[in-house]
Ligand binder design. Structure first.
Ligand SMILES: Cc1ncc(COP(=O)(O)O)c(C=O)c1O
Length: 395
């Protein structure tokens, strides 16, 4: 069933309207509101001539209607022309590197990059003959000095993982364009709602849709959004070569999550800012790392490029690094102890064991806690944090 005519009409509407209606079935006398997840490997064609005909789907790996609808919704979210859907956010981070950085080529990563992206480069990329080096997220236009003749790709992440430093996206992109180096930005923190990297000239926007888009901590998927057809073709080829695929059930859950994304993001944003401001005033807290806070070192950059903030931020505890963070986490009652973010439930982790940095140092040597603020009442969450401080710092 075509969704095309209605999707065309939606183009001039606001994001909330587009996300509600894009990719919905159109034109039948009646239909369910949500597309069913079609689980399919073999697709049957009606006549033999169609088995090898271009433009006709002949195998489930090419994606069914629910995949097409999820891609259309993601394109409208990030103002992209093309979307590659993959089975995890991590794969959305590594596929551009796999695709564009071959043997003898070089990629630049921010020193505060998402850990598994770093691991892919240090392990698999190097095994394939690629080279990697790191830049300080504060580098701005000086990144030009790190670009080599064989540099094919610059990865950006805004804000960076765990400690939330923000690169000057515009300055880095300007240099990259001048030197004809591709750029890909991990946009998972903003969920695509509060930053449009493609508008800033970034070539590929990466989303771990597992997080806010799915929104319920029960499904994996990732997306790469692009405008350029040649970049899309290369990514599509690599994805086909590797046999990458998002299951119909995961595509369904992603699409369903996208319908309510903007309203959930408003709540995540509001509660997280409220709690970050409250933490900022506590004597138990050394520093809060949240770019939307007026006191944050990256606030001006955030204000220039972002239209909002998500529910993920961190703070350092005013205590020696002697296990206070573990005592604090163990005292929490409402926050779940777990990785990831973007679900309805608030989560907390200690960052120390995974705080790897290159070309830069962590912003504090005190224990750092990352909070993913969920949809609970922020006053209840503050009470939980307050009692955990009392319990952890009592002795
Ligand atoms: C910034 C960032 N990018 C990518 C990912 C990977 O997403 P997934 O868990 O879907 O592989 C994560 C997950 O935590 C992340 O925080």
């Amino acid at each position: 069933m075509s969704t095309q005519p209605k999707d065309q009409r939606l183009k001039s509407k606001a994001l909330e309207t587009r996300l509600t209606h894009t990719g919905r079935p159109d034109g039948a006398p009646s239909h369910a509101i949500n597309l069913a997840p079609q689980r399919a490997s073999t697709l049957l064609v009606n006549k033999a001539e169609d088995l090898y005909a271009p433009g006709i789907k002949t195998y489930g790996l090419q994606g069914m209607d629910v995949h097409d609808a999820a891609k259309a919704a993601l394109c409208t979210l990030e103002k992209a022309d093309h979307c590659i859907l993959v089975e995890s956010g991590l794969l959305a981070c590594t596929l551009p590197i796999f695709t564009f950085v071959g043997a003898g080529d070089h990629v630049l990563l921010p020193g505060n990059v998402y850990g598994p992206t770093r691991r892919y480069c240090e392990r698999s990329l190097k095994r394939l003959g690629g080279q990697v080096s790191y830049y300080n997220a504060d580098i701005g236009a000086d990144i030009e000095g790190l670009i080599q003749d064989n540099t094919k790709l610059i990865i950006l992440e805004s804000p960076g993982s765990l400690t939330f430093e923000m690169p000057d996206i515009r300055a880095i992109v300007e240099v990259a364009r001048k030197r004809e180096v591709l750029t890909a930005l991990d946009n998972s923190w903003s969920a695509g709602v509060y930053l449009n990297p493609l508008d800033l000239g970034v070539d590929m926007s990466i989303l771990a849709t597992t997080k806010y888009a799915v929104g319920h901590a029960d499904s994996f998927s990732g997306a790469i959004l692009v405008k350029d057809k040649r970049i899309f073709s290369k990514l599509t080829e690599a994805s086909a070569d590797l046999g990458l695929f998002t299951s119909a059930d995961d595509a369904y859950l992603l699409l369903r999550g996208l319908r309510t994304l903007t309203v959930r993001m408003q709540r995540h944003q509001q509660s997280a800012l409220d709690i970050a401001r409250w933490l900022n005033e506590l004597p138990e807290v050394e520093q809060v790392f949240h770019p939307a806070l007026e006191t944050d070192a990256y606030h001006q950059l955030w204000k220039r490029d972002f239209t909002g903030a998500s529910g993920l931020f961190a703070f350092s505890i005013n205590a020696a690094d002697d296990g206070t963070d573990l005592a604090f986490l163990n005292a929490l009652e409402l926050f779940g102890l777990g990785f990831s973010y973007g679900g309805f439930e608030s989560l907390a982790i200690n960052c120390g064991p995974q705080l790897k940095r290159s070309a830069t140092t962590p912003p504090s040597n005190k224990p750092i806690i990352r909070l993913a603020i969920g949809l609970e009442d922020p006053e209840d969450l503050k009470q939980d944090l307050a009692q955990a401080f009392t319990s952890a710092l009592r002795t």
